[in-house]
Write a protein that binds this ligand. Sequence first.
Ligand code: GSH
Length: 208
Amino acid sequence: MKLYHFPHSPNTRKVLAVIHYLELDTELEMVNLLTGEQMKAEFIQLNPNHKIPTLEDGDFVLWESNAIMQYLASRKPSNKLWPSDPKVQADISRWQCWQLAHWGPACETLIYERMVKKITGEGDPDPAEIAKGEENFHLFAAVLNQHLKGRRWIVGDNVTLADFSVGAPLTYTEAANLPIESYGEVRRWYDELEKLDSWKKTAPPAMP
Ligand SMILES: N[C@@H](CCC(=O)N[C@@H](CS)C(=O)NCC(=O)O)C(=O)O
């Protein structure tokens, strides 16, 4: 199996965390987003959305990070990241969908405005975008904070794909000044995630 990735991308990080946690034998090929390698014809043939992560397993090509995580986890039956109980899987899937639809975009707006624009020289943060990002961040952080009360992990008693998916955008809490200080449960849970070897090993290198 080969994973096309970019080490600074939160969507890459959640997939790499699964690979490390389950010790899956996977070849890694970097697609440098800063130099536009994702627009090369060979890559567009694999993923017409020109986005990483993208997985190649023989002639099966899969894109969308959360789908890749589920596919990889199902390669190792009876693991705790993606237990086989349909209700548990549905619950994990629910949080992965929530991340993709609501939580991720709220965080990404702030990450783009406050961090990515600086790196790519795209100018100052747009105050209207920051206001929108912060409003959405607070809306969804409150949902997550409430859910985490009395829970160590998002679903059940063990770390699962849900924690990797929802945790990934918080990689850039400090760099993008994500306002999590008033969400004590989110902070406590994310600190726990940061203690895992599979999370530590996938921390992005310093930005160029
Ligand atoms: N929904 C997709 C989003 C993937 C995504 O946005 N990838 C970004 C990096 S985090 C990317 O490759 N951007 C390059 C581009 O759009 O050209 C997923 O979860 O895999």
